[in-house]
Write a protein that binds this ligand. Structure first.
Ligand code: NAP
Length: 270
């Protein structure tokens, strides 16, 4: 894929992106240069990571070597971005930063890393099992090779969607915050099962299988959500009794607002 790649922040998401590429031998461990902040993470990667990659602690003299890599995956938490400082004497050309930081705009990235072209990417936690969704907004003047390389980083583990940057906040709200919303729904429905006398584990399993089955049915039979709803809602039956409660408690509106709110929060990080 490339000669060398630097990973600035080798946490959960960065590992989920890079490990499959190492598994597939698309990158060699020798060519991966990662930086982490704490000694604990540094030692942990050295001792326990399944590949023998180059690892450095941020702030150390040796860690400056990462700026010799043409491509950098930026994967620190947004609040730690201020601590990542581009070195003055970058010798190579056509440098690329692929940022997965929630909400941080291409404009801010370009100002912070003036010697780099920047790409903003939003991905989500199911990337850790190869079922992620990744949205990409390209910065200015990227070469075709840089775009191809960026897509290669994510295409093994996720479906890729290309957007203009304005759509990334709402994409993030739906896909990146979405898993937490779904987890809350699973938990709440399972508690409903628990209230009806089912053991917790069984109740949770039933809810998850029901969600998987319902999603597959909608997709495979190309149903609209209204068609699916009508299929299981008979006059005066149990389902309309359940839906009535949800409407009375404004659950639909709460879910819409939750997504708008997550998107607005993402805009605040800019
Ligand atoms: N979690 C999600 O669902 C999700 C989904 C999509 C995108 N994202 C984005 O992905 C990014 C990383 O998230 P994560 O969940 O992978 O976080 P994480 O597991 O906490 O990883 C962050 C990494 O950054 C390192 N770090 C901190 N300060 C640093 C510095 N100054 N220089 C170099 N490395 C530094 C940390 O090192 P130490 O371990 O030593 O502190 C750690 O390795 C975030 O910006 C987030 O917005 C997250």
């Amino acid at each position: 894929m490339t000669d060398k790649i630097a990973i600035i922040g080798f946490g959960n998401i960065a590992k989920a992106i890079i490990t499959p590429l190492l598994d597939e031998k698309l990158i060699k461990p020798d060519d991966v240069y990662c930086v982490v902040k704490t000694e604990r993470s540094f030692e942990n990667i050295k001792k326990n990571y399944k590949y023998n990659i180059n690892v450095y602690q941020s702030g150390s003299e040796e860690s400056k070597i990462i700026w010799d890599c043409k491509v950098k995956l930026l994967s620190v938490k947004p609040q730690h971005l201020k601590d990542v400082i581009e070195v003055d004497d970058i010798k190579i050309k056509d440098n690329l930063i692929v940022s997965i930081l929630a909400g941080v705009s291409i404009n801010r990235l370009t100002q912070k890393f003036p010697n780099h072209k920047c790409v903003r990417v939003v991905t989500n936690i199911p990337i850790t099992i190869g079922k992620g969704l990744t949205g990409i907004a390209w910065g200015e003047d990227l070469t075709e090779d840089q775009k191809k390389f960026t897509k290669k980083l994510f295409e093994n583990t996720s479906k890729i969607y290309e957007f203009t940057e304005d759509y990334l906040d709402i994409f993030l709200a739906l896909t990146s915050s979405g898993p937490a919303i779904i987890a809350l729904i699973i938990e709440a429905l399972s508690d409903g099962g628990l209230s009806g006398g089912l053991p917790k584990i069984l109740s949770e399993e039933l809810v998850m299988e029901m969600i998987l089955g319902t999603t597959s049915l909608i997709k495979e039979n190309k149903l609209t959500t209204s068609e699916l709803k009508n299929l299981v809602t008979s006059p005066g039956g149990t389902t309309i009794a359940a839906l009535r409660v949800l409407e009375k408690k404004s659950v639909r509106s709460a879910l819409i607002e939750s997504i708008v709110s997550a998107s607005n929060r993402s805009k605040e990080f800019r």
